[in-house]
Design a protein around this ligand. Structure first.
Ligand code: SF4
Length: 309
């Protein structure tokens, strides 16, 4: 340890004794009522000492007035360096500031909010926009297509070469159309990192490790409610379209699953009721005239009832 460092740990005697001088500086800054008892001194350096005073401000519980004093070499005159309010060990302080981009959580965005994306956001990479290519239906492309049709029989030669040069925009136009269809006609597309982050997120909520999937009778891969997606993630994910399932409208891993699996419990189709049987050959006796005395009914001879003697 150097000699200078050793000296700085021992407060300069004259500076350490200047308690009243330091208190006067704190009182001048905060007022008499705000400055409390002397709490101690710290040696900040050679002939540089900081005096601490309690603060009586109720809003600054645990804070201290720090008055730094110093003196020149071979001088007995102590002078003021600075007066500040600093938090003590048990001070009530505001939480550390966090940038909004780190504070933002999924679901925080509301209608009309804008969420800027960094130019160098690692989740994105440049896409093929085709902005510098001629449009597929431009005059240049139309002329090239006509010329190619005229010389289609020619296998080689200067005319065919010229047609080939003009046909290049046609090919580029076709590529633009395909790129548009594939969703690549954008300034930026998801990078590999962006794809991985998304996959991890989706897997966490609708993946194989979830309790729902663990208890499922079968996986989404064999479910009729799964809507396949295109692109790189199609090997791992799809979209659930079961209105009554827990993941309706969500991206689900193919090894996720739920009790709503289309083949888990197929309800047998309802059987149509049997046709009523009409017996036209058997005659059943029916009581038609109730006996008023007995309160019972009189059974009528079916033959008599039908008018036979
Ligand atoms: S209903 Fe269940 S098993 Fe079928 S796709 Fe949706 S989450 Fe997967």
């Amino acid at each position: 340890m150097s000699a200078a460092t050793t000296r700085s740990r021992t407060p300069d005697r004259l500076c350490a004794e200047a308690v009243d001088f330091a208190r006067a500086a704190a009182v001048e800054a905060a007022g008499e009522a705000a400055v409390g008892e002397h709490l101690g001194v710290d040696a900040d350096g050679e002939r540089v000492v900081t005096h601490y005073f309690a603060t009586c401000e109720r809003a600054y519980r645990g804070w201290r007035w720090a008055v730094t004093v110093t003196r020149a070499s071979r001088s007995k005159q102590v002078t003021l360096d600075e007066t500040v309010l600093v938090p003590g060990a048990d001070a009530l302080v505001a939480p550390q500031w966090v940038p909004w981009s780190e504070r933002l959580r999924p679901g925080d965005m509301g209608p009309g909010d804008l969420l800027p994306t960094d130019e160098d956001d690692l989740r994105l990479e440049p896409g093929w926009s085709g902005a510098d290519e001629p449009a597929p239906n431009s005059a240049l492309v139309t002329a090239a297509e006509a010329l190619v049709a005229d010389v289609s029989v020619a296998e080689s030669g200067p005319v065919a070469d010229a047609a080939g040069e003009l046909a290049a925009p046609t090919a580029r136009g076709a590529i633009a159309a395909v790129a548009e269809e594939l969703g690549l006609g954008r300034a930026r597309v998801l990078s590999r990192l962006g794809l991985h982050l998304s996959a991890d997120r989706w897997e966490k909520d609708y993946g194989r490790q979830t309790p729902m999937a663990q208890a499922a009778p079968a996986s989404c891969a064999s479910c009729g409610f799964l809507v396949p997606i295109a692109g790189t993630l199609s090997q791992t994910f799809g979209i659930c379209a079961n209105e009554f399932g827990p993941a309706d409208g969500h991206v689900v891993a193919l090894d996720y699953g739920c009790g709503g699996h289309s083949e888990a419990a197929v309800v047998p189709a309802a059987q149509p009721p049997a046709e009523p049987v009409l017996d036209e050959f058997t005659v059943e006796p029916m009581p038609l005239h109730p006996d008023p005395d007995s309160g019972s009914v009189t059974e009528t001879d079916p033959a008599e009832e039908l008018g036979h003697s």
